[in-house]
Design a protein around this ligand. Structure first.
Ligand code: SF4
Ligand code: SF4
Length: 185
């Protein structure tokens, strides 16, 4: 990793990550166990142990603009392998939240998928597959992606034209409402 200039260290960022994730980032001693077990490391622009190091030295821009934080599958292998008991997956989660807040999302498609997924859960209390696929494809301007699979999935009953709400769909919607209120949106 390149040399870090002392003026580029954003201490507020370090504190914010620690506060929001509830993790002591300083406990990481760069053993590399998280990266060694990460199944998505082959597509990351910055390996996860280096993400941790960049957070330790307050490199907000580099971290929040990285592709790695969006390509992370939240599998928690890193968390399980960390000898310092740092919940690395939680830190990655918080970094995604921060990137959204700061408007520095590097993988628009991944964000579009998260949004389509959560909208579906908010509306139906569960995943409505066809709705998520349509929303995601429209948002990413590729309306016919995987369209050839549609008839096969419909025939096997894997997707449905009409969404089915769960019994507690209203309660789920209320949870989303409370969260939006708390966040002030
Ligand atoms: S949670 Fe993310 S960073 Fe950690 S091992 Fe899984 S994919 Fe890699
Ligand atoms: S496994 Fe834990 S201590 Fe090792 S580099 Fe990753 S976060 Fe740091």
């Amino acid at each position: 990793m390149e040399t870090i200039n002392a003026e580029s260290i954003d201490r507020d960022f370090i504190q914010a990550v620690e506060k929001e994730s509830g993790q002591y980032i300083s406990h990481c001693y760069q053993c590399g166990n998280c990266t060694a077990g990460c199944p998505l490391n082959f597509v990351y622009d910055i390996p996860v142990h280096q993400i941790m190091r960049l957070v330790q030295v307050g490199q907000k821009e580099k971290v929040l603009r990285s592709h790695a934080i969006w390509l992370c599958a939240t599998c928690e292998t890193c968390t399980t392998r960390c000898p310092c008991e740092v919940d690395v997956a939680r830190v990655m989660d918080v970094l995604r939240i921060m990137a959204r807040r700061e408007g520095t999302v590097s993988e628009e498609g991944v964000q579009a998928f998260y949004d389509a997924f959560l909208d579906s859960v908010k509306s139906h209390g569960r995943l409505y597959e066809l709705g998520v696929i349509m929303k995601y494809n429209l948002h990413t301007k590729r309306p016919f992606t995987d369209a050839e699979l549609g008839p096969k999935l419909l025939g096997k009953g894997k997707i449905h034209f009409v969404p089915k709400n769960i019994k507690g769909a209203r309660a789920v919607k209320e949870i989303f409402g409370r969260f939006a209120k708390k966040r002030g949106s």
